[in-house]
Design a protein around this ligand. Sequence first.
Ligand SMILES: Cc1cc2nc3c(=O)[nH]c(=O)nc-3n(C[C@H](O)[C@H](O)[C@H](O)COP(=O)(O)OP(=O)(O)OC[C@H]3O[C@@H](n4cnc5c(N)ncnc54)[C@H](O)[C@@H]3O)c2cc1C
Length: 154
Amino acid sequence: MGQAPKREHNLHIFGGFTMADDIDAEHGLCILTHSRTIQGSWTSIRPRGRDGCQWWMLAAHDAREEFTGDLYTAATDLAEVSPAPLPQLIAATDPANVQRWQLRDRKPLKQWSQGRVTLAGDAAHPTSPYAAYGADMAAEDGYFIGRTGMVPSS
Ligand SMILES: Cc1cc2nc3c(=O)[nH]c(=O)nc-3n(C[C@H](O)[C@H](O)[C@H](O)COP(=O)(O)OP(=O)(O)OC[C@H]3O[C@@H](n4cnc5c(N)ncnc54)[C@H](O)[C@@H]3O)c2cc1C
C-alpha cells in the first residue's frame, strides 16, 4: 500500500463467539442493534457443522490511548443495555475467546492495475476491518477479475 497514512476511526471492537446451545438465538440471522453510542451485533455461525454464535460490541475509543482493561469485562459492560440474546451470548463466551481490535483504514490506491497485473482486496483498498467491508470487497474483486475472462483456466 505504499506510504498512505493510516486513518484512525477512533472506534474499537470487542468480539467473541460461543458454541453454547442453551441460548435463544435464532440461527440464520445477523442482528445489528444500536444505542446512541454503542453498536452491538451477533450472527449465527456453523463451524465444522456445529451451531454457534459470534458477536461484536463497537464503541468509541481514542486511538492514541492504550487500552489496558479486561476484554471480557469491557464487552460485558458495553452490552448491558443491549437486547437479548446479546448479553447472554457474551456471558456464555469463554473469556479466552474474546478479542479486541481498533478500526482504521487507508485511502484506496488510485491505480490498481498495470498491464496484465492487478491488485485486489486489501492491497488496493484496505477498509476498516468490520461489518463485511474488506472481505466482501476482496471477494467482489475476485468475481470481477474472473468476469474479465483474463484468468487462465488452468
Ligand atoms: C480483526 C479483523 C476483523 C475483520 N472483520 C471483518 C468483517 O467483519 N467483515 C469483513 O468483510 N472484513 C473484515 N476484516 C477484513 C478482511 O479480513 C480483509 O478485508 C480481507 O481478509 C482482505 O482479503 P485479501 O485477500 O485482500 O487479503 P488477506 O486476507 O490479508 O490475504 C492476503 C494473503 O497474502 C498472504 N501474503 C502476504 N504477503 C505474501 C507474500 N509475500 N507471498 C505470499 N503470500 C503473501 C498473506 O499471508 C495472506 O494469506 C477484518 C479484518 C481483521 C484483521
